[in-house]
Design a protein around this ligand. Structure first.
Ligand code: ADP
Length: 666
């Protein structure tokens, strides 16, 4: 076996590959871009080499640079992961030329499957069923229209070089054809530098079912069952499961046989996936073959107990497949959901930002989380916005779905917009549970999956108020301990010294932009909190960010995160986000707010004060630019500027102290 491999990738898949390599005693070399200097895959690998700037075209796609690092670090083989160079025949060739093993199929197989139309040609010759369509050379508008008319509308136009759901247009009728063709060609040219188009019959309610195949260099080819990836948005997978539910075993077997035949037709070796469209009537059609490890490979690992990366390494090392077909078993049911930094309410627009709080469900043989993102990591504009894959396994589909709902409820991400709520809605969706699935599920279930925003409950407002009061009491106590007179009643927040009443009025903004008011009255160590017509009898303990409350007899445990003037109340699947209005509260933002240190690496763009200046609370002191955004560092209290450690134009490291302020509070 190789003693050292290089992983030409980043994020979760690089971490995933490193885990198996480590288990097998193989040393790992990571490559990374400047943007990934502090990323998890770099920290996990035995060695890491910077290969260039943040854009993938200046780092992760630099084939020659990666080869150079592999040679320098004396790695014997390169695992390309998925995406980037994984299906690049020239890169595979370059590896071979440099005596490095490309952990993937032979160059000829990558080339054969690289174009959707060339792949169809090969598969058609091998007698594999194809969706009716045209994938020939005559690209004239007249000829493509003629093909559409012969196939019958609706049709699907696809870029032959396409991938990632890009360069596809559904054409419902002849009148839409010309416009759809030119926009499809434009997108294909922009995305793949190739505007060749193929035409397919558009199946209105298909399922996406794919077979995992594996072949070695000694003539053995097996399948590892199928995955159903029908739940898609913009032709991109969101949830995958294995095995594919509700398909007769005769059909599943027939699909698997066809997939093996497809792999054999191109002299395949390594891990590959043959994708099919499965129609309601039980017919299925070859769509394309992906000549690499798929994002969704973990569901196959869960049902077979086979580590696919280990098998890839064995095959690349010229060993035979460890199991024969008859020894490969399918057990139970697995789901994978892709947790993305994106906004489902804005047509899944990718989001960026820093993960300021992260809680992942406890991992076990039933629950697995594959991720390249840790707390305080950044999801940048440069790469795919996937945060993690959550994979669950149980003995059957129903129990696995229940397991998925539970694990999703435990998943908490604050700081970036995610699709977590949407995924929970999907996992609970009745049609999905009852197997009414096809690729238009998300569209058809819009009402259920994108519910109207609800205003925060009175209970959430009461909890938020309770948290603020507990936090203020804690701070007052701390302040008292550090002051000249720890016992002074002026350090209490109970309001005893307030002549009028011991009433505190707190205001929050809910997700419908309504101002919500809570009135808090002290009663010894407890509180009465009035919200609307509700009056809550409340008590609580606050331990770090965990509020353990009793609200009118009900025990409630809530994780409270303050970020960018918002309170995030998180409790088993329920999230309430409330805006803070009060200035006093704004000072407690966990991020840049009241800190005098740099929240992330960046450049100082302005210093607003001079040494000796008296500043008031919240006065902006320094402005930083990081990740193309401006961050204001403000004074946490009134004070005098003692020292300014950085000037405009200077670069600062994450956590660097920027300014020293002599607080004159006491
Ligand atoms: P990409 O390589 O960009 O991912 P694919 O050819 O794999 O594109 O197709 C992506 C998805 O588009 C499929 O999973 C399926 O949901 C849908 N799709 C592709 N071809 C058809 C078709 N002929 N009819 C209906 N849906 C299709």
């Amino acid at each position: 076996m190789f003693d050292k491999i290089l992983i030409a990738n980043r994020g979760e898949i690089a971490c995933r590959i490193i885990s198996t390599a480590r288990r097998l005693g193989i040393r790992t070399v990571a490559v990374y871009s400047v943007a990934d200097t502090k990323s998890k895959h770099v920290a996990m690998a035995d060695e890491a080499w910077c290969i260039g700037a943040a854009p993938a075209s200046e780092s992760y796609l630099l084939a020659e640079k990666i080869i150079e690092v592999a040679l320098k670090s004396k790695a014997k083989a390169i695992h390309p992961g998925y995406g980037f160079l994984s299906e690049n025949a020239k890169f595979a060739e370059l590896c071979t030329k440099n005596n490095l093993v490309f952990i993937g199929p032979p160059v000829a197989a990558i080339e054969a499957m690289g174009s959707k139309s060339a792949a169809k040609e090969i598969m058609s010759e091998a007698g594999i069923p194809l969706v009716p369509g045209y994938h020939g050379d005559d690209q004239s508008t007249e000829n493509l229209l003629k093909a559409c008319l012969e196939i019958g509308f609706p049709v699907l136009l696809k870029a032959t070089a396409g991938g990632g759901g890009k360069g596809m247009r559904i054409v419902e009728s002849e009148s839409e054809f010309t416009e759809a063709l030119s926009s499809c060609k434009r997108e294909a040219m922009a995305s793949f530098c190739d505007d060749e188009i193929l035409v397919e019959k558009y199946l209105t309610q298909p399922r996406h079912v794919e077979i995992q195949v594996f072949a070695d260099n000694h003539g053995n080819t097996v399948h590892l069952f199928e995955r159903d990836c029908s739940v898609q948005r913009r032709h991109q997978k969101v949830i995958e499961e294995a095995p594919a539910p509700n398909i007769k075993s005769a059909i599943r077997n027939a699909m698997a046989e066809v997939a093996i035949k497809a792999a054999q037709a191109i002299g395949y070796s390594g891990a590959g996936t043959v994708e099919f469209l499965y129609d309601e009537d039980g017919s299925f059609y070859f769509m394309e073959m992906n000549t690499r490890l798929q994002v969704e490979h973990p569901v196959t690992e869960m049902i077979t107990g086979i580590d696919l990366v280990e098998w890839q390494l064995l095959v690349a090392n010229n060993q035979t497949l460890p199991k024969k077909q008859s020894q490969i078993e399918c057990n139970g049911h697995a789901f994978e959901v892709r947790i993305y930094a994106e906004d489902p309410d804005q047509d899944f627009l990718p989001a960026t930002g820093k993960v300021v709080h992260l809680n992942i469900p406890e991992q076990s043989k039933n629950v697995r989380v594959d991720s390249g993102i840790r707390q305080d990591d950044e999801v940048s504009i440069y790469y795919d916005p996937m945060i993690a894959k959550l994979i669950v396994w149980e003995r059957d589909r129903e129990t696995a779905l229940a397991r998925l709902r539970g694990a999703l409820a435990d998943y908490q991400v604050v700081g970036i917009t995610t699709n977590l709520k949407f995924l929970s809605a999907l996992a609970a969706n009745e049609a999905f549970n009852k197997l009414d699935i096809d690729t238009s599920l998300i569209e058809k279930q819009r009402q259920d999956l994108f519910p109207q925003k609800q205003s925060a409950t009175d209970q959430s407002i009461a909890l938020a108020a309770l948290y603020i009061m507990k936090r203020r009491i804690k701070e007052a106590k701390n302040h008292a301990i550090h002051s000249h007179d720890p016992h002074s009643p002026w350090h209490q927040v109970s309001g005893w010294h307030n002549n009028e009443s011991n009433k505190h009025q707190l205001e929050f903004i809910d997700n419908l932009d309504n101002v919500r008011v809570a009135e808090v009255h002290f009663q010894g160590n407890e509180f009465i909190i009035d919200v609307n017509k509700h009056s809550f009898h409340a008590s609580a303990t606050l331990d770090n960010k965990k509020l353990s409350a009793i609200l009118s007899g009900q025990r409630l445990d809530v994780q409270v995160i303050e970020h960018e003037q918002k309170l995030h109340l998180l409790s088993h699947g329920n999230t309430a986000v409330l805006g803070l209005i009060d200035n006093e509260q704004q000072n407690h933002d966990d991020s840049a707010g009241g800190n005098l240190t740099a929240p992330m690496p960046g450049t100082v763009i302005a210093v607003n004060v001079e040494v000796g200046d008296t500043v008031c609370q919240n006065q902006p002191l320094i402005i930083l630019e990081a990740m193309k955004m401006e961050h204001t560092i403000s004074a946490p209290t009134k004070g005098v500027v003692v020292e300014i450690l950085y000037q405009a134009g200077e670069l600062v490291a994450d956590g660097a102290e920027l300014i020293i302020l002599n607080s004159d509070e006491d």
